[in-house]
Design a protein around this ligand. Structure first.
Ligand SMILES: Cc1cc2nc3c(=O)[nH]c(=O)nc-3n(C[C@H](O)[C@H](O)[C@H](O)COP(=O)(O)OP(=O)(O)OC[C@H]3O[C@@H](n4cnc5c(N)ncnc54)[C@H](O)[C@@H]3O)c2cc1C
Ligand SMILES: NC(=O)c1ccc[n+]([C@@H]2O[C@H](COP(=O)([O-])OP(=O)(O)OC[C@H]3O[C@@H](n4cnc5c(N)ncnc54)[C@H](O)[C@@H]3O)[C@@H](O)[C@H]2O)c1
Length: 483
């Protein structure tokens, strides 16, 4: 196999196939591990952990005495440098892959036919095929003047050692809100500018409201419905000019307006595919075409690490089943091994533990796709929003409860903002979506994910025992509110 792009998805596929005894070439042009460990999930969640500690300390007053809080970015930057990213050095990850028998090739890979990958002057032939896991890069809008300025993307925001006094955040999506709140809690004057009429617009409107109010309480200025028309940089600071003559200024500008797959770089024309699409379409076994698979952000099924890992699991099972079949055919005809690996193919594949026939290979199903935006309060959601469900013509029922009306929310007091909203298909009698916003919104979500994933009948959910006094007990209240 050849795996192009060793981010979350590609690395998982490459490592597990190498472990199973296949001969695997992994091609990576930057850091093995991709965006999540170096500039995404992990360092950003370390920042959030620190910022939330500050916020909790600030909640001591009136609840448990008094606390003086003196934010210091240095331990956060050090932790990101030393614990999360090894100062953006992937030696450990590279050696792990090589230690499993993989061959690491540094450089940009592109298809050169269905089973060939070109990296510079080298061409790799792959008997079983190619897996693409090349992810996305920031999508930077074509705003007049922006390209000529030293704006930040998530990379510079994650690598920052010394915080600016003020920060403009263009884009009020997941990255924008998470980082805006972190920096505000460390004393940066933060302004978020969003084009749509609400932040976190992919989630329920009630979630957008709670998230915006929470950020404002942290001192973040939020401007929605702004069309950015021009960006200027005078050597020290940025000015963003919006529709209607509004101007926003700050020392730094962070552009987090979505992500983009770069399909034109992948040689898709050599397998007869159109590279002008936004994402690479795949079927439910992640096939792009015969002998070519794709995983992760590239597929457009949700830009989340858990999606890349989920898809990788399906691809691994599919490829191993095919390799085993090919091996059985080769064994029967007495020809040589079709797979490589130090142990010899048959024994290592048999030892890999992945079960065999094509019929048992799972198919991707995104009905119960969970997502969590790690603001404080956390915004967790699964499945369809109310709007999406209504647009599909489903006979929708909705239930809603505020967390502060639950016993646990009332006990929690300061910082108890949030709610549970459930969206049901009244004809089927099951939940098809839910949102859980609160101090542990992402954790409470797990019960709702099981309900949507397993299509647990509403009658069963209503007769479940919800522990007292937990945040998740509010799910029972939301279910009682369904109408
Ligand atoms: C700030 C931030 C916070 C995030 N937080 C979360 C979170 O909390 N939870 C969550 O689930 N997700 C989060 N995400 C999203 C998550 O990081 C991505 O969904 C995940 O990294 C996608 O994995 P991937 O394998 O598809 O691609 P990537 O991780 O982007 O990896 C792709 C790899 O391919 C390489 N590559 C690209 N083209 C080529 C080529 N032609 N040849 C060779 N190599 C190539 C790249 O260098 C890169 O290493 C966050 C993202 C950001 C930016
Ligand atoms: N906690 C998590 O799981 C997590 C955290 C961060 C990122 N992510 C993933 O990374 C992806 C990318 O994050 P993101 O925040 O960059 O994208 P996003 O799509 O979530 O949000 C981008 C925001 O920018 C706005 N925007 C676009 N163009 C604009 C313009 N010209 N002016 C002003 N606003 C503009 C959009 O309306 C949108 O609200 C997310 O979709 C998510 O899947 C996940």
């Amino acid at each position: 196999m050849v795996v192009v792009g060793l981010g979350v998805g590609g690395e998982e596929v490459a490592e597990r196939l190498a472990e199973a005894g296949l001969s695997v070439v992994g091609v990576e042009r930057d850091l093995v591990g991709g965006e999540c460990p170096y500039w995404g999930c992990i360092p950003s969640k370390m920042m959030i952990r620190a910022a939330n500690a500050l916020a909790e300390a600030r909640r001591v007053d009136g609840l448990a005495g008094t606390a003086q809080v003196q934010p210091d970015w240095a331990p956060v930057a050090k932790r990101i440098r030393e614990e999360a990213t090894d100062t953006w050095d992937d030696t450990v990850a590279a050696e792990r892959f090589i230690g499993k028998g993989g061959r690491l090739v540094r450089g940009s890979g592109r298809l050169d036919g269905p089973r060939r990958v070109r990296v510079g002057d080298q061409v790799f032939e792959a008997r079983h095929g190619v897996v693409l896991g090349t992810g996305t890069r920031p999508s930077v809008p074509p705003i007049d003047g922006l390209a000529d300025t030293p704006y930040w993307t998530n990379h510079q925001a994650i690598e920052v050692e010394e915080l600016p006094e003020s920060l403009l955040v263009l884009g009020g999506g997941a990255i924008g809100l998470e980082l805006a709140q972190v920096f505000a809690r460390f004393g940066v004057r933060v302004t978020v500018v969003e084009a749509l009429d609400r932040v976190l617009a992919v989630e329920e409107p009630e979630a957008s409201e709670v998230a915006a109010a929470a950020l404002r309480a942290d001192g973040v200025e939020i401007h929605t419905g702004v069309r950015a028309e021009r960006v200027e940089h005078d050597g020290t600071g940025f000015t963003l000019r919006g529709s209607g003559g509004a101007a926003y200024t700050a020392d730094r500008l962070l552009v987090v307006t979505g992500r983009k797959a770069h399909l034109t770089e992948l040689g898709l024309d050599t397998i007869g595919l159109d590279a002008s699409q936004r994402y690479l379409p795949v079927d439910d076994r992640l096939h792009v075409t015969d002998h070519v698979w794709a995983v992760g952000d590239l597929t457009g099924e949700g830009a989340f690490t858990h999606i890349a890992m989920y898809q990788a699991g399906i691809v691994i099972a599919d490829i191993l089943a095919r390799a085993r079949q090919a091996q059985a055919g080769a064994d029967a005809s007495g020809t040589s091994s079709v797979v490589g690996g130090a142990m010899g193919a048959s024994s290592s594949l048999a030892a890999s533990g992945s079960s065999g026939s094509a019929g048992t290979i799972p198919r991707a199903d995104y009905r119960a796709l969970p997502r969590v935006t790690f603001t404080d309060p956390e915004v967790g959601a699964v499945g369809l929003t109310e709007r999406q469900a209504r647009d599909r013509g489903i006979n929708v029922q909705v239930g809603f409860t505020k967390l502060s009306s639950s016993t646990r929310g009332w006990i929690h007091q300061v910082g108890d903002e949030g709610f549970i909203k459930v969206v049901a298909d009244a004809d089927q009698g099951v939940l098809i979506g839910a949102t859980s916003v609160g101090p542990a919104g992402g954790e409470v979500l797990s019960a709702l994910v099981v309900a949507v994933h397993a299509a647990v009948p509403l009658s069963q959910l209503r007769h479940m025992i919800y522990a007292y006094p937990t945040f998740h007990r509010a799910i029972g209240d939301a279910l009682r509110d369904l109408s």
